[in-house]
Design a binder for this molecule. Structure first.
Ligand code: NAI
Length: 663
């Protein structure tokens, strides 16, 4: 048990109104996560407050965060790795559950004040308190991201969130892992009171304590959803909705949560008890382990951005307002930057700008914010923005001499220290740079299509690129909320290089008579977001053929080449390997044997994995983990498998052991 007088992660005090203040300010960390020590210290606080309540020296407890941004981001994911069995998980959780019950039963009011993220275990702690106050600030979000880590709330948040918000509101929050704004959380019943700013939290908390305010569980029709037969209807609907998004064999957690609600939703005490029994096996499952690994890989990618350089990009100039350039410009604007957009004609620019209204509509909720975004996206036919920009990105036609000429004309105009980048997907950075007076300045910043949906951006380090500029490229990509991955210049960089042999070999199978539907379903059974044939049609068969040629994958005389020659380019032309209707491929749905799909799925990804191994051995990126990170975030490679190289090492232990011996 921690000593209340020597707390490290909490500050504890009692004021003259006899209100106890527990301020969570985890030592040495920028954010608060609930790990073993903070929880032990909180236990000491709980005991102290219980004693104070007994002898009437404490009138209430207020729980706040000492961090400038954020309440609690969740349980400490780093500590999850210590568990190898479900029994260990249960043993570790039970004192936390007991402590939360003691908070709930505290004879004096317990109020928590929330500003910024209040997620996972943080929200579960908040739900055990008697009253919840949050700032109306845009940064305040509550939610249960657990399903993204292959689990669901395990500190009795399942039952408590349903008690407060009703199953109709609480279950979708847990099933989707989405984050809810403070005002919406207030409407649901997860939050009781809103205040304007963090400065108001302490005052409102002390008022709530002196007035003994207590949140009421949801009542009326919103509570009906827990009762039979409404519960059964809701359960069927949730199962169907969830199955549309994920497969139960790949991502079991949401399905187990629905089972839990189905069995115990009518009795929340029983639900609390059953929660741990369902939660513990998920925590030690391969899926959860691998999803935690994906989370750590994302952190690793973010860490590629240097912290030691004073490069704060605010202005971006994009040249080329086509498919990529316009969307890159729109994305940067949506992230708060000011962007000038250049193309050969005013029409092309106007079209590119108009195409961004969808993104702004999704991103900004008020007209004022949307108007502000539109004002930050500036048509710039003459390139006036070049000399002011912190980052200049070229996304024009894919021809080396055209790009060379453009960069030659740019070189002298850029301001000192600005990043100069090409979005080329197939030309060597060195070849473009060869025409420049200062070739060291050019780097690649390679976005993926569709820009708004793809989390990864490759930063291409040409042999001539200056390291400082590469690092600035990473800083820029992080500033626009994408994951940067530094990749050594080579044909196809990383993502296209590993995708190409995978797709080409699937096309060869097609050529040999295997149905496209079977190939696509097998890849999806493995866990790919889309099968290779549908992916080829979606990317465009002309682009696939071009990439194949660049990478030396001979497609002469192939069905791919024949389709391209006939102008059948896939989704964009309405026909490719599939016929496309209303943006969807027309597929002959046949029930295939599960064993066949699984075996074929594993075979299909073999060429991709083999290419990943080559990239690792050639040092295309700095480590095997970075290969996995790039391929997961650049292709959507089955996240629950933890990445291609990790999958290879864990699914084929003999091969992994052999390789290790060789190393
Ligand atoms: P696009 O053909 O849609 O757009 C190119 C635009 O550049 C056109 O609007 C054209 O008018 C303009 N342009 C051509 N020369 C220009 C010049 N000298 N000055 C100003 N504007 C000029 O092409 P897309 O697909 O957007 O590709 C652009 C670049 O991005 C290429 O290098 C391509 O390899 C790369 N890329 C494309 C991806 C894709 O999926 N389309 C994915 C990743 C990279």
């Amino acid at each position: 048990m921690a000593d209340i007088t020597t707390l490290k992660d909490w500050r504890f005090s009692i004021d003259e109104q006899q209100i106890a203040w527990a301020i969570f300010d985890r030592e040495g960390e920028s954010q608060n996560a609930l790990g073993r020590r903070p929880l032990e210290e909180l236990m000491a606080i709980v005991e102290r407050v219980e004693a104070g309540a007994r002898d009437r020296s404490i009138a209430g407890l207020a729980i706040l965060s000492g961090k400038e941004k954020g309440f609690i981001v969740g349980a400490d994911v780093r500590e999850f790795e210590q568990f190898t069995t479900a029994a260990e998980v249960t043993e570790a959780i039970s004192p936390v559950l007991a402590m939360l019950n003691r908070i709930e039963k505290m004879p004096v009011p317990v109020v928590c004040g929330i500003h910024g993220f209040c997620l996972g275990g943080g929200l579960e702690l908040a739900l055990a308190c008697h009253y919840r106050i949050a700032t109306r600030d845009d940064s305040t979000r509550v939610g249960f991201p657990e399903v993204r880590l292959g689990i669901f709330p395990g500190f009795n948040g399942t039952a408590r969130s349903i008690r407060q918000a009703g199953a109709l509101a609480a279950m979708p929050v847990m099933l989707s892992g989405s984050m809810v704004r403070a005002s919406a959380a207030r409407a649901m019943g997860l939050i009781d009171e809103l205040v304007a700013s963090p400065a108001n939290l302490a005052w409102s908390a002390s008022k709530a304590i002196t007035q003994k305010r207590r949140s009421k569980p949801v009542g009326g029709w919103r509570n009906l959803a827990r009762q039979w037969p409404v519960r059964n209807l809701l359960v069927s609907k949730m199962r169907a909705e969830t199955a549309k998004k994920v497969r139960a064999d790949h991502y079991p957690a949401p399905f187990r949560l629905i089972d839990l609600f189905e069995q115990h939703g009518g009795n929340l005490d029983a639900m609390k008890a059953a929660e741990t029994r369902a939660f513990a096996p998920l925590m030690v499952s391969d899926t959860s382990r691998n999803l935690r690994r994906v989370f750590k890989l994302s952190e690793m990618l973010k860490a590629q951005a240097p912290k030691d350089i004073a490069f704060k990009p605010m202005r971006v100039h994009v040249i080329g307002a086509g498919v990529m350039g316009a969307d890159i410009a729109g994305w940067c604007v949506a992230q708060g930057m000011e962007v000038t957009l250049q193309d050969l004609s005013a029409d092309a620019i106007a079209k590119g700008i108009a195409a961004q209204s969808k993104l702004f509509g999704r991103r900004f909720r008020t007209k004022a914010l949307r108007d502000a975004a539109k004002a930050r996206l500036i048509a710039d036919p003459n390139g006036d923005g070049i000399s002011r920009a912190d980052v200049v990105i070229e996304a024009i036609v894919e021809r080396v001499e055209v790009k060379q000429n453009l960069f030659k004309s740019l070189e002298g105009k850029l301001k000192l220290g600005a990043v100069m980048a090409t979005n080329t997907s197939s030309i060597m950075i060195e070849d473009i740079a060869a025409a420049l007076a200062d070739p060291g300045r050019l780097i690649g910043i390679h976005f993926f299509n569709p820009v708004a949906q793809m989390p990864l951006v490759e930063i291409i380090r040409g042999r001539q690129s200056r390291e400082d500029d590469v690092r600035k490229g990473c800083a820029f990509v992080t500033a626009i909320d994408k994951f940067p991955l530094i990749v050594k210049s080579n044909p196809g960089f990383l993502v296209n290089r590993v995708l190409a042999p995978y797709m080409m070999s699937a096309m060869q199978r097609l050529e040999r008579g295997e149905p496209p539907e079977l190939l696509d379903e097998a890849a999806r059974t493995f866990g790919m977001p889309m099968g290779p044939i549908e992916l080829a049609d979606t990317i465009g068969l002309d682009v696939c053929a071009h990439v194949g040629r660049i990478l030396g994958l001979d497609g002469a005389g192939s069905r791919l080449e024949r389709l391209v020659a006939a102008g059948k380019l896939g989704k964009k032309s309405g026909e490719g390997f599939y016929t496309w209707k209303d943006g969807k491929p027309v597929k002959a749905e046949k029930p295939y044997d599960k064993g066949l799909l699984e075996r074929l799925g594993r075979e299909l990804v073999e060429p991709l994995i083999a290419e990943c191994e080559k990239c690792r051995d050639e040092g295309i990126v700095d480590s095997a983990d970075l290969v996995d990170a790039g391929v997961i975030f650049g292709t959507g490679f089955a996240p629950f498998r933890g990445g291609p190289l990790h999958y290879r090492a864990t699914s084929d232990p003999s091969a992994a052991a052999g390789r290790q011996a060789a190393e």
